[in-house]
Design a protein around this ligand. Structure first.
Ligand code: NAD
Ligand code: ZN
Length: 338
């Protein structure tokens, strides 16, 4: 069959809308009609050539929602007509405790895409595609980092570095967990208003501030250091600041941001010897097929918000505008609808 898709022919070039030949689903695979897809910073990172594993030409996109149109031999967990969210970390349910790695593997910047059965989460049919696609990455990553990875408890102090499409979801996750202080850090002052909408209690604009001054300001606000800090910038300098702003003895810093290829993190070992913890998280530590439908329920019952974060909606032909808005800091999430 044919499908309309936005193709990345090479790094640092705008996407081109072309018609592609698509093979049908083989055994264990499903054909999904993508109805809506978000544009995440990780797509931009690959398109900008910062990803050492990025291959071209390719169809980017990993934050989609759609409808199963056809299934291959042996597929039992979904059927044509089911509403699904593609998963870039599939859940095979055949082995326990062992992660199965899969590089993005979604290609949601295409009207039709073929995915392994284990890489789709079946969701309720009354969830609108335009908002539920964001659960395919940003929402689950941010909320899950707080709930599944950090396991933030009522009364904890939390600091979030980078209030974009991921960081704002860390903020609403912290609110949901009952955190006490929720401190947002960004170099874009316009992000203060955004953070406050989702539960941020304090804002720190660190533009031009040294690491030492940023750490000192956070230590003062949290009475000794944060219980949990989250990097949602992908900047390795920020990752260091986030670690050092943790409370000695127990504070934990969680890396969500994806750094440019070749970048390394550094700190003095004394920071860890004195009991701070440094960890990371992918897709918010979620088990996709099990947890994604639950996050859709949380959205549909009003426990978490998505709609206000979707600042721009566009057709596939305007997809490059979505990347421009992200780079200019003018969008939280752009969503492409088919
Ligand atoms: P975004 O561009 O929407 O937001 C980034 C925010 O960080 C912006 O508000 C920006 O002003 C702020 N920022 C930039 N430099 C800063 C600095 N030095 N100090 C403080 N704030 C700074 O991006 P996003 O879509 O929210 O993605 C954030 C990061 O998370 C990216 O690195 C992305 O690749 C990564 N990511 C990781 C996962 C995962 O599973 N671990 C999933 C999705 C995205
Ligand atoms: Zn993403």
């Amino acid at each position: 069959m044919k499908t309309r898709a936005a193709v990345a022919f090479e790094a640092k070039k705008p996407l081109e809308i072309v018609e592609l030949d698509l093979e049908g689903p083989k055994a264990g695979e499903v054909l999904v009609e993508i109805m809506a897809t978000g544009i995440c910073h990780t797509d931009a990172y690959t398109l900008d050539g910062f990803d050492s594993e990025g291959i071209f030409p390719s169809v980017l996109g990993h934050e989609g929602a759609g409808v199963v149109r056809e299934v291959g031999a042996g597929v039992t967990s979904v059927k044509p007509g089911d509403h699904v969210i593609p998963l870039y970390t599939p859940e095979c349910r055949q082995c326990k405790g062992q992660p199965i790695f899969h590089y993005m593997g979604c290609s949601t910047f295409s009207n039709f895409t073929v995915l392994p059965e284990i890489a789709v989460a079946k969701i309720r049919e009354d969830a609108p595609f335009q908002s539920s696609c964001y659960i395919g990455c940003g929402v689950t990553t941010g909320v899950g980092a707080v709930i599944n990875t950090a396991k933030v408890q009522v009364g904890d102090n939390v600091v979030v570095f980078g209030l974009g499409g991921i960081g704002l979801n860390v903020i609403q996750g912290a609110r949901l967990a009952g955190a006490d202080k929720i401190i947002g850090v960004d170099i874009n002052p316009a992000r203060e208003e955004w953070g406050r909408k989702f539960g941020m209690t304090d804002f720190l604009n660190t533009k031009g501030m040294s690491r030492e001054d940023t750490v000192a300001a956070i230590v003062q606000l949290t009475d000794g250091g944060a219980d949990y800090t989250f990097d949602a910038t992908g900047n390795t300098e920020v990752m260091r600041t986030a670690l050092e702003a943790c409370h000695r003895g127990w504070g934990t810093s969680i890396i969500i941001g994806v750094a440019e290829a070749g970048k390394e993190i550094a700190t003095r070992p004394f920071q860890l010897v004195t009991g701070r913890n440094w960890r990371g998280t992918a897709f918010g530590g979620a088990k996709g097929r099990t947890d994604v439908p639950k996050i859709v329920d949380m959205y549909m019952t009003g426990k978490i918000e998505i709609d206000p974060m979707i600042t721009h909606v566009m057709g596939l032909e305007d997809i490059n505008k979505g990347f421009d808005l992200m780079h200019a800091g003018e969008s939280i999430r752009s969503v492409v609808v088919f």
